[in-house]
Design a protein around this ligand. Sequence first.
Ligand SMILES: [Zn+2]
Ligand SMILES: [Zn+2]
Length: 224
Amino acid sequence: MQCLLCNRHFNKRLTIKELLWPQPIEWPLICEHCRSGFTAIQGSTCPICCAPQATAMVCRECRYWQKRYPWKLRHTALYRYNEAMKDYMHRYKFNGDYRLRMIFTAAMTAAVATQSADVVVPIPVTEETMQKRGFNQVVGLLTGINLCHCLGTRVQHKLAQSSKNRHERLQTPQPFKLVEPAHLGGQRVLLVDDVYTTGRTIYHAAQLAYDAGAASVTSLSLAR
Ligand SMILES: [Zn+2]
Ligand SMILES: [Zn+2]
């Protein structure tokens, strides 16, 4: 097998169960070394945004959002946004290597299944990004899931999010619009993004979902 990230050839050591069990073996897409660069979020986290921290108290960022929104979000993130994840995102999104989605599709799909949502809404990318990159990186991570594309982007902002500083990000005006609000009325909505950074993106999207009559809104990202 050849690792999708470092291109080195590697062997998978089969476990006793895999040798004896009459089920298809799951072949890994990346080598042990590359896999070990990603850190799953576990242990104590902020109960609202899933930020890894020493206590289980609501973090400062979430207290900031609580003052600005009348509802509470509950976010789940799978991995830390560490160097390996930043490098992965760069190659997947900015270099547009669509194969790399496969490294995390199983984990993201399983995470969506545990969320008991009625409607799964991916955070959209702008027309411009779509033309340049050719795909929405969030949709790429969610193969086999029935998605509701009821959020669209307004012209201007979402594209430059990664090049802004923290203060600029928090000030970003609503970058989304509702395309088919009727799909959200009375539903438990799950918003999915690739990375949760300041929460700005998710809170904008969640507000629109509540405006459309969503019963509840939770969110999920690959990294935090
Ligand atoms: Zn590797
Ligand atoms: Zn928090």
